[in-house]
Design a protein around this ligand. Structure first.
Ligand SMILES: Cc1ncc(COP(=O)(O)O)c(C=O)c1O
Length: 386
């Protein structure tokens, strides 16, 4: 049955609250199945969503398969075993933890819990796209702070001094992605600490460490060390990246227990499913597998960086499992050419970075394929290397 989209000139979507009605949705990386459907291309490599191509360990997969037997039961809504496992792993009290359907879920919960149309949130230009989205959906005002210039040590990175200065009395959340997506840039520990010290106690500082396990190798700081001293600090981490469980959707917040209590009250019941809980708990116990994936990825990242430079292309410094790459011309035709060759990367038009693409670091053979195809794609897009 076809339903007329605007019956009688009215449509029920118009009844949504104004902040939600005006939202533009987040545009994720193109799924492999969509490219197959649209262009009939096969043998596709996706380097578009910063996933970990080494995936979870056999031990983690076995735990998820075993959990299938009980899939007819609702999951443990309190995520008890996973919380205990995380509390041990992080050496924090379980009362400091909130589990989410990916850390994205926690960003939504933080905005819902702490923002109203009378409040504001501070984030950086080129900061992770979800920050403005969750801010706007509450009707709060987003304060976007210009990123560091291209001629600085951390081009396109967060300017934490300017972000500190942008905090207003009504600012309830400051979002810092360390390292940041899509730029890969990171903030030195002393700069994050300075912002924390200057932020008023009624402003929560959300330190998004989605790429923490990768960033460790490039001198980003473990924000956990500051938690006892700064009760307004909220740290976000995820199993989607280094732990290779993006499809399972598990993320967590580490915060003061009172903040965790608020988030846990707001959290939808059963927001982390039983397979995801089993997988995350098993993945935690398999640190060697995770570390091996991280070190192989970071080795590949250095190799890809060098090769891109050899092609005359500029990349932003990255402490994540991805690189932001400037093609010096509109990137859309380059992106389209890569798609036709079966390579999905991420265009960054939504970030105002029309001349850039973001590429996730894949398996060595996938990276080789990208590097081999890129010169033709640049030529096809009449993109000129500097
Ligand atoms: C900086 C950052 N934060 C949070 C997320 C959300 O990740 P997830 O919801 O998969 O945990 C991402 C995902 O790409 C990210 O890049």
């Amino acid at each position: 049955m076809a339903i007329e989209r605007h019956p009688g000139g009215r449509h029920p979507g118009a009844l949504a609250v104004p902040a939600v009605r005006d939202l533009s949705p987040y545009v994720p990386g193109k799924p492999i199945s969509e490219l197959e459907r649209e262009l009939g291309v096969h043998d596709i490599v996706k380097l578009a969503s910063n996933e970990n191509p080494y995936g979870p360990s056999p031990h983690t997969l076995a735990a998820m398969r075993a959990a299938l037997d009980d899939v007819w039961l609702y999951p443990d809504g309190g995520c008890h075993a996973l919380k205990q496992g995380l509390a041990r792993h992080l050496a924090v009290d379980a009362a400091c933890l909130t589990l989410g359907n990916g850390s994205n879920d926690l960003l939504v919960l933080l905005a819902e819990a702490f923002l109203t149309p009378g409040h504001s949130a501070v984030y950086s230009q080129y900061g992770f796209a979800i920050y403005p989205l969750v801010t706007r959906q509450t009707g709060a005002r987003g304060i976007e702070v210009p990123a560091l210039g291209r001629d600085t040590d951390m081009p396109l990175g967060h300017d934490l001094v300017a972000m500190t200065a942008a905090i207003e009395p009504g600012t309830r959340l400051v979002f810092i992605a360390n390292p940041n997506n899509p730029t890969g840039t990171w903030a030195p520990p002393a700069a994050v600490k300075r912002l924390l010290e200057r932020a008023a106690p009624n402003t929560l500082v959300v330190l998004d460490e989605a790429y923490f396990e990768y960033g460790r190798l490039r001198a980003t700081q473990d924000g956990l060390a500051w938690l006892a001293e700064h009760p307004n600090l909220v740290i976000l981490r995820t199993f989607s990246k280094a732990y290779g469980l993006a499809g399972a959707r598990v993320g967590y917040a580490i915060s003061h227990p009172e903040v965790a209590d608020v988030l846990n009250r707001l959290r939808p019941a059963f927001n982390v499913n039983s397979l995801a809980q089993a997988g995350a708990l098993a993945a935690l116990a398999d640190q060697a597998h995770m570390r091996s994936a991280v070190s192989q990825t970071m080795r590949e990242l250095s190799r890809v960086e060098t090769e891109l430079r050899r092609l005359g292309l500029w990349t932003a410094p990255s402490a994540g499992n991805f690189l932001l790459l400037r093609v010096e011309a509109p990137a859309a035709p380059v992106y389209e050419h890569l798609l036709r060759c079966g390579l999905i990367v991420r265009p960054l038009v939504g970030y105002g970075l029309r001349d850039c693409l973001r590429i996730s670091i894949g398996l060595p053979a996938d990276n080789d394929r990208l590097l081999a195809t890129l010169p033709q794609a640049l030529a096809a897009g009449s993109a000129r290397a500097p």
